[in-house]
Write a protein that binds this ligand. Structure first.
Ligand code: ADP
Ligand code: MG
Length: 237
């Protein structure tokens, strides 16, 4: 369970402090939660609070009762995070080495780690690419590999920040279907409203606050009906 307890984020800017997320209280228990809304609304900020990539300047965020601010290490073992651009997390030269890196805590011996990495790659249909340079993989393959690396650590929650934004239609469908089929709790930031509508719950973020929250299909329909009527992103008066 993910709990936001009046969690707000302020960041210092030249003109003083900017509140990029108003104090927000949410209790996320659903299996698949979509975070939707315009560019600059605060979706990534909200998502990043879940694993401590962002820190609340007021209030608290808890995962399974653990305060993210003080129990970050334990929280990050439970919460996997994937970035829009898989290049942000694929740091090793080959696919197998990259997944093996994720397994360094659970598999101390090099050969064991390699074998486990190959198993993970096989689960994701990437076994043929094990020794390929990450640089030579397609966008879809890279996103799949990034997911494989994160899921290899068996998190109980996956936070995915716009995982399909850079992908073509076929790869976006493949990754989207995979994400919605995961056994993990999923927090999915996305502009793919069809994908968002297939989640259990959607939270619409606009202007640094929750503007709507409820069954995904309803919130997506509300967003489709109202998008474009709010002030542009970044215009906070
Ligand atoms: N560290 C920061 N310093 C200043 N402004 C920031 C910082 N992080 C985010 N912002 C601003 O906060 C707003 C929300 O950002 P973000 O959460 O990335 O939005 P989204 O993911 O919905 O596009 C944006 O206007 C962004 O420019
Ligand atoms: Mg974002």
């Amino acid at each position: 369970m993910i709990e936001f307890d009046r969690a707000g984020v302020r960041v210092p800017v030249a003109s003083g402090d900017l509140q990029i997320l108003a104090p927000t209280s949410l209790s996320l228990t659903e299996q698949r939660v979509a975070l939707i809304g315009p560019n600059g609304a605060g979706k990534s900020t909200l998502a990043r609070l879940v694993n401590g990539l962002a820190t609340p300047s007021s209030g608290q965020v808890r995962v399974d009762g653990l305060d993210v601010a003080t129990r970050g290490r334990e929280v990050r073992r439970r919460v996997g995070f994937t970035f829009t651009d898989p290049a942000a997390q694929l740091v090793m030269p080959t696919a197998a080495e990259d997944v093996a890196l994720s397994l360094r805590r659970t598999h101390r011996h090099r050969a064991e780690r390699r074998a486990a990495a190959l198993d993970v790659l096989a689960d994701f249909g990437l076994e043929e690419l094990a020794d390929r340079s990450v640089q030579t993989l397609s966008g879809g393959q890279r996103q799949l590999l990034a997911l494989a690396g994160v899921l290899a650590t068996a998190p109980s929650v996956l936070v995915a920040d716009e995982p399909t934004t850079l992908l073509d239609l076929a790869n976006a469908r493949m990754i989207g279907d995979l994400l919605l089929g995961l056994p993990q709790q999923l927090v999915l930031v996305t502009h793919d409203l069809d994908l968002a509508a297939r989640c259990d719950r959607a939270v619409l973020v606009t202007d640094g606050r929750v503007a709507a929250d409820g069954p995904a299909a309803e919130v997506v329909a509300h967003y489709r009906a109202t998008a474009g009527t709010a002030r542009p992103a970044g215009d906070r008066g």
